[in-house]
Design a protein. Structure first.
Length: 206
């Protein structure tokens, strides 16, 4: 009888141990399995911060007179070829219907690396318009100078750099900027120098 009781006790302990082991396996089985690299979906991988908004912001602002639009358009197309169309602001293309011009200029300049001021015959012929505080060229260049944006005067049609006394006080600093002449005979060379200067400006800004 004693031996039978001992055998029963051993069997009882063995069954209890098996039941305990089974319960532990059952609890572990309810936990979510750790995903392996092969099981991980692309949606589960942390994505880098979105950069779309930054890429949409212009990095070069093109300022010009309507009378100089032919030369300005040539410069614009070359800048777009180098930096991308969404990185160059030219009001004809970038402003939406009904958009506030002054507010738009301030917003674009706040994220620009440089302002390229195309100065041709139309610019010099209407230099007197700069006395008007609402003149759009004065607003553009003045805002850029106030913000410390890199301002590069580009002289076309063989015109000279305007004299400081011909400009309103807020644009006086424009004459201290080294101007870049671009003439038809050396257009490619001039554009190469312009793009090189803008590359340096973007590097400093970034």
């Amino acid at each position: 009888m004693a031996s039978l009781s001992l055998v029963a006790l051993v069997l009882l302990l063995l069954v209890a141990g098996l039941l305990s082991y089974g319960l532990r396996r059952l609890r572990r089985g309810k936990r979510a399995p750790t995903p392996t690299p092969a099981d991980t979906s692309l949606r589960d991988v942390a994505e880098p911060p979105a950069k779309g908004a930054d890429f949409e912001k212009p990095t070069v602002f093109l300022s010009y007179r309507r009378e100089d639009s032919a030369n300005a358009r040539l410069v614009y197309e070359r800048l777009c070829s180098r930096f991308g169309r969404t990185s160059v602001f030219m009001d004809i293309d970038a402003l939406g219907p009904g958009e506030n011009f002054v507010q738009a200029v301030e917003e674009r300049l706040s994220c620009c690396d440089a302002l390229v001021a195309v100065i041709g015959r139309g610019w010099t012929a209407q230099a007197g318009e700069l006395r008007n505080s609402k003149d759009f060229v004065r607003i553009e260049i003045g805002a850029a100078l106030r913000r410390g944006v890199f301002v590069l005067p580009v002289l076309v049609d063989g015109v000279p750099m305007p004299a400081a006394e011909a400009l309103p006080q807020e644009l006086g600093a424009l004459t201290a900027r080294q101007a870049l002449p671009i003439v038809d005979a050396y257009f490619e060379e001039g554009m190469s120098r312009l793009l090189g200067a803008l590359d340096k400006a973007r590097t400093r800004h970034g």
